[in-house]
Design a protein around this ligand. Structure first.
Ligand SMILES: [Zn+2]
Length: 204
């Protein structure tokens, strides 16, 4: 437990933190990560909903996935980095926002590769901005696959609202081919930050 201040009324209350989340040991936590409720608390004084910002290490041993949520620009402690970087077959990721952690979990649960998916977002952003130039830097988030053809479903903000766009799985297959032909697009060992900036570094 840790004290947290309500953003609305300023009152302090004790909130439970989860600095380590192991979804094999505690499967119920996975749903609470995916719907974000693990990071939201309701103020007992005024009822306002608050977002908890703290660091946590999400670990799914079955999926061989570790995602470190580190708000701000801090880096994982060196000794932890060294301890896990050679784990066989593991994907290690560093994210800055709760929404990024949720997305990484959704990507892995859909059986997809996040590097390939960042390229799909890049392609989709080009297509969206060809129709509407204001979307040239739209932030896309993967939600799920949908339908018999495994369409990729992305959300993005437009005019203060969230929109969704479906993208054919052929886009993913094309992107997967490009990534497999370019081994330099694979992140270095350790906790890698795979996001729009990561991908754009290859197009400069
Ligand atoms: Zn309050």
């Amino acid at each position: 437990m840790a004290p947290a201040n309500c953003h609305n009324c300023g009152q302090t209350s004790q909130q439970e933190l989860f600095p380590r989340i192991n979804v094999a040991q505690d499967p119920g936590l996975k749903d609470r990560v995916r719907d974000g409720s693990l990071f939201v608390w309701e103020c007992p004084y005024c009822g306002a909903r608050n977002l908890l910002r703290y660091q946590t290490l999400y670990h799914d041993p079955d999926a061989r996935l570790m995602v470190w949520l580190l708000p701000g620009d801090a880096l994982p402690p060196r000794e932890v980095e060294v301890a896990v970087r050679d784990l066989e077959g593991y994907t290690l990721r560093l994210v800055r926002e709760v929404g990024d952690l949720i997305e990484k979990v959704n990507i892995r649960d859909a059986g997809l590769d996040d590097v390939v998916l960042e390229m799909c977002k890049w392609v989709t952003r080009q297509e969206l901005s060809a129709k509407n130039p204001s979307l040239s830097d739209a932030s896309l988030r993967f939600l799920r696959t949908e339908g018999a053809d495994n369409d990729l479903v992305f959300a993005f903000p437009q005019g203060g609202q969230m929109q969704v766009v479906n993208v054919g799985f052929n886009v993913y297959e094309d992107a997967r081919g490009i990534v497999s032909r370019n081994p330099s697009m694979r992140p270095a060992p350790g906790f890698a930050q795979v996001d729009a900036a990561f991908l754009e570094a290859f197009f400069r």
